[in-house]
Ligand binder design. Structure first.
Ligand SMILES: [Zn+2]
Length: 55
């Protein structure tokens, strides 16, 4: 059973996961640069938990 779906803002990548390990907000310079914001948010999942729809 799929619990969560998401993807990138352009719609090129879509995914579905059953569960996640944890969510983190990082304020390092790499995450600021990657997001263009003051922090980046990442969701960590088991490798076997992700199911790509496309992308
Ligand atoms: Zn970071």
């Amino acid at each position: 059973m799929t619990s969560y779906t998401g993807g990138c803002s352009c719609g090129g990548v879509r995914f579905a996961i059953d569960d996640y390990l944890y969510v983190l907000a990082c304020h390092c310079n790499a995450c600021k640069r990657r997001t263009g914001s003051v922090f980046g948010v990442s969701v960590v999942v088991e490798k076997t938990a992700s199911q790509h729809f496309r992308g």
